[in-house]
Design a protein around this ligand. Structure first.
Ligand code: NAD
Length: 333
């Protein structure tokens, strides 16, 4: 069977996902949800989605009566994911939420609970969890080829443009670079080191208080400590380009990915040489894999379920608390 997906929020990233899904073997677009009638018409024609499977933000709860739709992929601004995913769950459909799944861990947990009590699955759009070079580094680490892991470095950022966009609006974004791009360094630290951090320290710097208003972080450096004693040192920013790099260091070897989380191709090498796993469009692979998770109960090497999203949000909560207080935050995971 094929996973029949309704896409909610027909913006920039949704366009990329929709194009990539044209090459999927196990997932296809069968529904659309948008507040803009013209977009519903245009996308409906382009992707062959009949009018009866097109919804707006007022009436999408009716999706519960639509047998053509198995799952809804929520690709709207961050602040909306929480309520929208809960409505999807109440409509009895599986939910895929874009990252960050919510604005904080409490909201994320509410989404996990709502999906659990509705008996539907909740996945988060962590496309890197299916990326072949990333998975090869994880395989090497798990096989002991890198030895005991000692250090991870994650640098994630770009110079953000238009100051009026929702990404720079705290109410819609929930923060700044950390919510959007820094989350890749957090998530990456966890899947590269293969442990959950037990403490966080963080420092915020801001060079432009007009563009980056109160509560919208421009640059945050943060450090994580892991139970084994491994440490991570990371940077999240909306003010530097060419910042997309992971470095993993172990007693017997290293792995370096650059770019590490962009749309690819991902490039990388280890102490054994260049990584040569072939590139596949991330969103194509993600949606085929997610179909297997939802329809067949497949277990991915790196989870993409709601709890995985909550784990990242707990760390983001702690990073913001560390920036505000100047104090190290202990995480009880
Ligand atoms: P975007 O601004 O291009 O699209 C957002 C869409 O949401 C627009 O079509 C907009 O009309 C719609 N929308 C609905 N209600 C809205 C409201 N109240 N205010 C503003 N817009 C509203 O943004 P995007 O880049 O597509 O990002 C959407 C989500 O996807 C974000 O959560 C983002 O973090 C995530 N994203 C993930 C990746 C990835 O690689 N996984 C990449 C880009 C974006």
């Amino acid at each position: 069977p094929v996973l029949r997906v309704a896409i909610m929020g027909l913006g920039g990233y949704a366009s990329r996902v929709a194009e990539a899904m044209q090459s999927c073997k196990r997932a296809k677009i069968t529904g659309l949800i948008s507040g803009t009638p013209a977009k519903l018409q245009e996308w409906g024609a382009k992707y062959n989605v009949p009018e009866k499977n097109r919804y707006n933000y007022e009436n999408f709860d009716n999706i519960k009566d639509n047998p053509d739709i198995d799952a809804v992929y929520v690709i709207t601004p961050n602040a909306l994911h929480h309520d929208q995913v809960i409505r999807v769950a109440k409509a009895g459909k599986h939910a895929i939420s874009e990252k960050p799944m919510a604005l904080n861990a409490k909201e994320g947990q509410e989404m996990v609970d709502a999906c659990a009590s509705a008996g539907v699955k909740l996945l988060v759009g962590y496309r890197m969890h299916f990326e072949p070079k990333t998975l090869e580094v994880i395989r090497m680490r798990q096989a002991g080829e890198l030895g005991k892991i000692l250090f991870f470095q994650g640098q994630c950022g770009f110079r953000i443009g238009d100051p009026s966009q929702w990404r720079l609006n705290k109410a819609l974004a929930g923060g700044g670079s950390m919510m959007d791009i820094g989350i890749y360094a957090i998530n990456g630290a966890r899947y590269m080191v293969g442990e959950e951090p037990v403490w966080v320290t963080a420092q915020e710097t801001k060079t432009d208080t007009i563009k980056f208003k109160e509560g919208v972080d421009e640059t945050i450096q943060f450090q994580l400590g892991f139970p084994s004693g491994a440490v991570a040192s990371c940077l999240s920013t909306y003010n530097m380009n060419y910042l997309d790099r992971f470095f993993l260091n172990g007693e017997k070897g290293f792995a370096e990915l650059q770019p590490s989380t962009g749309y690819g191709p991902i490039k990388g090498r280890t102490n054994k040489g260049e990584l040569t796993q072939p590139h596949e469009t991330h969103q194509t692979r993600q949606m085929d894999e997610m179909a297997g998770i939802i329809l067949d109960g497949n277990k991915p090497v790196v989870p993409v379920d709601g709890l995985e999203g909550v784990r990242d949000l707990k760390i983001i909560d702690a990073i913001y608390a560390a920036c505000a207080s100047g104090q190290r935050q202990d995480l009880n995971t």
